[in-house]
Design a binder for this molecule. Structure first.
Ligand SMILES: Nc1ncnc2c1ncn2[C@@H]1O[C@H](COP(=O)(O)OP(=O)(O)OP(=O)(O)O)[C@@H](O)[C@H]1O
Length: 194
């Protein structure tokens, strides 16, 4: 028997490790069980991204005004842009009776740990640094400069993940189907904790 634990779930890990890909699969399979916390960002939309669905795309002034108003659970600067999770984004999901999924970066993870959100933390790791570089290149969404920044940040994220208690489970996204299976077994039944 599997059981869905209702606590929010935080996915973090280097850019390109596959967080969005895994979340997309989860939502496709269980559209009624999970809801995505739509973050705010000052970065430009990538091709195909929809405002209010993938992110709330805002200006730097709008973002900083929200932070000053205490509207955010966590916020951080990443690769030259601001990102944050609003209290409202998480409440919207909870109000629908769904488990909230958050896709955030490491600085945000540290902040969420200091709130009463009572989340569970999943570190999505690429199989290797070289593979991460290849995937970011293959995604064709980043400039060379942006890839460099993301890889520099990835090194810090690996360091953070090494700290005791950084995550509840680490999932290595080598084979996508295998990683997805591990993700589901953690989400639905905590017995399989690594
Ligand atoms: N197991 C896998 N094997 C090969 N390629 C993968 C795998 N998982 C994801 N990818 C590919 O790697 C790229 C990066 O994945 P994705 O965009 O999901 O990463 P991300 O962690 O969400 O990044 P970001 O934090 O920048 O949004 C995508 O092009 C995706 O299709």
């Amino acid at each position: 028997m599997t059981s869905l634990i209702k606590r929010p779930i935080v996915l973090f890990g280097p850019s390109g490790s596959g967080k969005s890909t895994l979340i997309k699969k989860l939502f496709e399979e269980y559209p009624d069980s999970f809801g995505f916390s739509v973050s705010h960002t000052t970065r430009s939309p990538r091709s195909g991204e929809i405002d209010g669905v993938d992110y709330h795309f805002v200006t730097k002034d709008q973002f900083l005004a929200g932070v000053a108003n205490g509207e955010f659970i966590e916020n951080a600067e990443f690769s030259g842009n601001y990102y944050g999770t609003s209290i409202k984004a998480v409440e919207n999901v909870k109000n629908k009776g769904k488990v909230c999924i958050l896709d955030i970066e490491t600085e945000g993870v540290k902040q969420v740990k200091n709130t009463n959100l009572d989340a569970r933390y999943i570190f999505i790791s690429p199989p290797s640094f070289e593979e991460l570089r290849k995937r970011l290149l293959g995604r064709q969404t980043e400039t060379e400069e942006s890839i460099k920044k993301r890889l520099d940040t990835a090194a810090k994220e690996f360091e953070y993940a090494k700290q005791p208690g950084a995550y509840d489970i680490k999932i290595v996204n080598d084979d996508l189907e295998k990683a997805y299976k591990n993700l589901k077994s953690f989400i639905f039944n905590q017995e399989n904790k690594e």
